[in-house]
Design a protein around this ligand. Structure first.
Ligand code: AMP
Length: 432
């Protein structure tokens, strides 16, 4: 399939694709769309940033256009991901469309959602908790909904939505088309798909565990005391938008504040923020109103902002799979990006779990030896990630005083005689 024309889509939908400048289907779209248009159930796995959303959104809209009484439901783990899905759906529907939609996510006013539901929406996108809430109140009916999408199913299960999903599915007719997507395919997902899908076609693009090859991955071993200074040095060296992942909600706010005090422009996002604030933080980041977004995993999952050039794992993720989701925030849609992990001494186990996920069964090499040489500036990806960690090792020259582009130059870099630390740290690109 060379372009979208071969799919024989409804002219209104084809027109939207032209307007969106989608000319050639991505591999997951080339596989999923023809099967879904035939009415098949699909169990799909694809790397993040591969065009997965349109892979289910295009057949979904086509089905709504074909069946004037049909309706569809998309379940998504997070509000942010839901918003992105909704946005793509609206672009595909086009501004002239008479198909009403409802966006049912937690943390937003019920009143607004009741109003949307009164308009008899034919497309519902939402998070499992709020969808259940509406089902139980009777404000949402799904007995006629013949098209179901479960997006990022692995994440929904990780977030404990399994029971909620089960409940929701009981409200749907047994005779329906179901598309299920998951970044990873652990056993519980495969088992779930047996229950929810009818003779599904399994499709996958690339490996389910390998992130995009356009991401240059690096690690730096740090001490707890030197970690923040190291981060500041790395931020100084980078240009473009950056997402920093930290472990705790409080940690995101504290770090964003510290960075702002040093004249970096940063904001924080986490699950405890009010929805309106979360929306604003993302909107401003998208507009490049500030450069550094400090986030927890949940808040940033699935975020599609093409200009994110760097992902920094200030804290390692609790679950190794989240490493792949995190670094998938960069190098979107074929762009290049870089991912950096700051690894503290106590992170050994977590890091090994990530290495094992990336290179199953491979003998670990421990910390790569230091190597004298000029440090490559991050931000200019070297292309393919991979190879032997030891071969890719480079030592990182200590910063020579202030003035690296960060306004408060004298405040960053080694402080209080901690410069010794810089000579001891190891930096390496990791094998992927
Ligand atoms: P996703 O994996 O769905 O988050 O998509 C990643 C990015 O690719 C988004 O910015 C989409 O708008 C973009 N995209 C998806 N499909 C296509 C396509 N066929 N042509 C161009 N861009 C696309």
């Amino acid at each position: 399939m060379k372009n979208f024309e071969g799919f024989g889509l409804n002219p209104a939908l084809a027109e939207s694709l032209v307007r969106m400048k989608y000319t050639v289907p991505t591999p997951i779209q080339a596989q999923a769309i023809p099967l879904a248009l035939q009415g098949r159930d699909i169990m799909g796995s694809a790397q993040t940033g591969t065009g997965k959303t349109a892979a289910f959104a295009i057949p979904l809209i086509e089905s709504l256009l074909k069946n004037p009484r049909g309706s569809a439901l998309v379940l998504t783990p997070t509000r942010e991901l839901g918003k992105q899905i909704m946005d793509i759906m609206h672009q595909l529907l086009g501004y002239k469309s008479k198909i009403n939609t409802a966006f049912l996510i937690g943390g937003e006013s019920m009143g607004k959602q009741f109003a949307q539901l009164k308009q008899q929406p034919r497309l519902i996108v939402g998070t499992p908790g709020r969808i259940n809430d509406h089902l139980e109140r009777g404000s949402l009916k799904l007995h006629d909904t013949g098209f179901l999408v479960l997006d990022e199913t692995d994440r929904m299960l990780d977030m404990g939505f399994s029971v909620q999903i089960d409940r929701i599915i009981k409200y749907l007719p047994a005779k329906r088309q179901t598309l299920m997507f998951s970044a990873t395919l652990p056993k519980n997902i495969v088992k779930l798909s047996d229950g929810y899908l009818n003779n599904p076609e399994r499709i996958s693009v690339g490996s389910t565990i390998n992130p995009s090859e356009n991401i240059k991955q690096e690690i730096i071993r740090v001490t707890d005391e030197g970690k923040y200074a190291e981060l500041v040095r790395e931020l100084d060296l980078r240009k473009g938008s950056i997402v920093i992942f930290v472990k705790t909600k409080y940690g995101t706010e504290r770090l964003a504040k510290k960075l702002n005090n040093e004249d970096f422009s940063a904001d924080a996002i986490h699950g405890d923020l009010k929805q309106s604030r979360r929306d604003r933080v993302i909107r401003e980041f998208r507009k490049k109103a500030y450069r550094i977004l400090v986030a927890t995993d949940v808040a940033c999952r699935g975020l599609d902002i093409p200009h994110i050039e760097h992902v920094i794992n200030y804290d390692l993720p609790q679950v190794p799979e989240d490493y792949i989701h995190r670094i998938g925030r960069t190098a979107r849609a074929g762009a290049e990006g870089s991912a950096l992990c700051l690894i503290s001494p106590q992170d050994g186990r977590k890091w090994h779990a990530i290495e094992e996920l990336m290179n199953p069964g491979q003998k670990r090499k421990g910390a790569p030896p230091p190597h004298r040489g000029k440090r490559r500036r991050p931000g200019k990806p070297s292309g393919k990630v991979g190879g032997n960690a030891a071969n890719n090792t480079s030592k990182y020259a200590p910063k020579k005083g202030p003035g690296s582009g960060h306004k408060n130059g004298p405040n960053n870099g080694p402080k209080n005689g901690k410069s010794k630390f810089y000579g001891n740290k190891k930096k390496s690109r990791i094998a992927a």
